[in-house]
Design a protein around this ligand. Structure first.
Ligand SMILES: Nc1ncnc2c1ncn2[C@@H]1O[C@H](COP(=O)(O)OP(=O)(O)OP(=O)(O)O)[C@@H](O)[C@H]1O
Ligand SMILES: [Mg+2]
Length: 223
């Protein structure tokens, strides 16, 4: 389970103070896939970063099962992320100097898998996502939609239970988006994991279990 209790996130800058997340309580069970929509600037990415433990709240708590992730230090949080989270950020964060294969293999290498197992796992997922032909290319040689699928492959390859994605279909056409939603949903359900997806694309609706909208830092369930 992923749970947040009274999450607040305030950004103080030279020019403005803003409450990006305002007292957010959410609980996501194993097997559940959540969709969050909302206008630009509503605070969606801020919440995703906090639930994924790449950022900490100004106040409030985040739990992964019974462990309070928001109370751990940076090193401990990285360790738990590696083992538990597949993350697809808005900025994708692919390594420019590395090939598609090496980008996807990266988390498995950190997890000390042997090279034969890495080969099998990476080749399989690249094939399933129709990007196997790109495996020796660098990110700058790829289209936006191809890069998007590399980031998705890297997030899913470790079979982490928690998959969090920020606009995973941002660069994909309608048919490819649906293929990806279906693929990601099937992967999460198969591992009885948790999905948390931010999207402006209404078509994701058919692939999620629970819907929320976010406005001015406040999260509301959609019935
Ligand atoms: N590091 C930061 N420093 C200061 N303000 C920030 C920072 N990150 C986000 N904000 C502000 O917090 C608010 C919420 O930003 P956030 O990125 O969470 O929105 P979003 O809902 O993901 O928007 P979009 O749909 O455009 O991605 C915005 O007003 C943004 O300017
Ligand atoms: Mg965002």
């Amino acid at each position: 389970m992923i749970k947040s209790e009274n999450i607040c996130k305030e950004y103080k800058t030279k020019y403005y103070d803003i409450v990006a997340n305002d007292n957010i309580n959410i609980e996501i069970a194993y097997g559940e896939i959540v969709w969050v929509s909302g206008v630009s600037g509503a605070g969606k990415s801020t919440l995703l970063h906090i639930l994924a433990s790449i950022d900490v709240p100004t106040s409030g708590h985040v739990y992964w099962d019974d462990k309070e992730i928001s109370a751990l230090n940076d090193k401990e949080r990285s360790y738990f992320r590696l083992n538990n989270i597949g993350l697809i950020l808005q900025s994708l964060e692919l390594l420019k100097t590395q090939t598609v294969f090496d980008n996807v293999a990266l988390p498995l290498r950190f997890m000390k898998y042997d090279s034969q197992k890495i080969n099998t796992k990476v080749n399989n997922i690249l094939e399933e996502l129709n990007i196997i032909d790109l495996k020796t290319k660098k990110p700058e040689q790829l289209s936006g939609g191809q890069k998007q699928r590399v980031a998705i492959a890297r997030a899913l390859v470790t079979e982490a239970p928690y998959i969090l994605g920020d606009e995973i279909s941002a660069n994909l056409d309608g048919d490819t988006s649906k293929f990806i939603y279906d693929y990601v949903r099937t992967a999460i359900k198969k591992r009885n994991g948790i999905g948390f997806f931010i999207s402006h694309d209404e078509a994701i609706k058919d692939y999620v279990d629970t819907m929320y909208t976010m406005k001015d830092g406040i999260l509301e369930a959609v019935k």
